[in-house]
Design a protein around this ligand. Structure first.
Ligand code: BTN
Length: 248
């Protein structure tokens, strides 16, 4: 394992990108797909969330970690590797006796409040090698949040009234995510996706979905292997929604 830990950085996802940019094209070519690079930081000064939002992580009470690996050549589609990451977070919390839910596509919630967010990015080098960066922001020992996110955020400490050792959480998390990523790329992709789908628990539910600026009242019919949701609109027609421009 290649593990880079820092007290403070701008964003561990950006750090992972800078790391790839510095590699020579020979190094990139020779890099094996099963090599996992891990960038962790106690504090992020410019943490990034999904849909261009900020991710508050300037307190050392949270954990910011990004996983980087090269995609196997000829990988056919945008891989739904965040499913693997979401399951890994869920399993890790379970080891510490905390039950969590996965909200499509990859928010980890406890009682409808977010305890972990995941931002996955694809990065292409000049010679067209593709890398995946999975960035996870985990609220561990936070005892309070600012007004803006207070109602929608929680932490391990707030849920269990006890602190958790960050290093022990991180080492368990690394074990889980390596296991799920290996499964995902070694013939068990369907199993990972179907486990993720089961944990999402949204099929059959009536929800309001916002795509760009339009609000739809829909019934969720299925979650496709691509990670999109297939929904029935009020007029009975079907539509798929992608996680990049959709929110509930
Ligand atoms: C979200 O729910 O909006 C996703 C939040 C992702 C935050 C993590 S923290 C580690 C990594 N580095 C970043 O800048 N963002 C991700």
């Amino acid at each position: 394992i290649d593990l880079y830990i820092e007290k403070e950085t701008d964003s561990t996802n950006e750090k992972a990108k800078r790391f790839i940019k510095k590699l020579s094209s020979t190094a990139i070519k020779e890099l094996s797909e099963d090599r996992l690079f891990i960038f962790a930081a106690d504090r992020q000064l410019e943490g990034k969330g999904r849909r261009g939002k900020k991710w508050l992580s300037s307190s050392e009470k949270s954990l910011s970690v990004s996983f980087l690996f090269k995609l196997p050549e000829n990988y056919p589609e945008i891989p739904q590797v965040t499913a693997a990451a979401a399951l890994a977070v869920k399993n890790t919390f379970e080891k510490f006796s905390l039950k969590t839910d996965i909200k499509w596509p990859n928010d980890i919630l406890v009682n409808n409040k977010k305890i972990c967010g995941i931002l996955s990015e694809l990065f292409f080098t000049e010679d067209k090698s593709a890398f995946v960066i999975i960035g996870c922001g985990v609220n561990l020992n936070n005892s309070c949040f600012n007004e803006e996110i207070k109602k929608s955020a929680t932490s391990f400490y707030l849920e269990k009234s006890k602190k958790i050792n960050k290093n022990i959480f991180l080492s368990n998390f690394i074990f889980e995510i390596e296991d799920y990523i290996n499964k995902y790329f070694s013939g068990y992709r369907k199993e990972v996706i179907s486990k993720w789908k089961k944990s999402l628990n949204i099929i059959g539910k009536k929800v309001k979905v916002r795509e760009n600026n339009t609000l739809y009242n829909v019934i969720i019919k299925d979650v496709l292997d691509s990670g999109e949701i297939l929904a029935e609109l009020e007029d009975g027609s079907k539509k798929t929604f992608h996680s990049f421009n959709t929110s509930f």
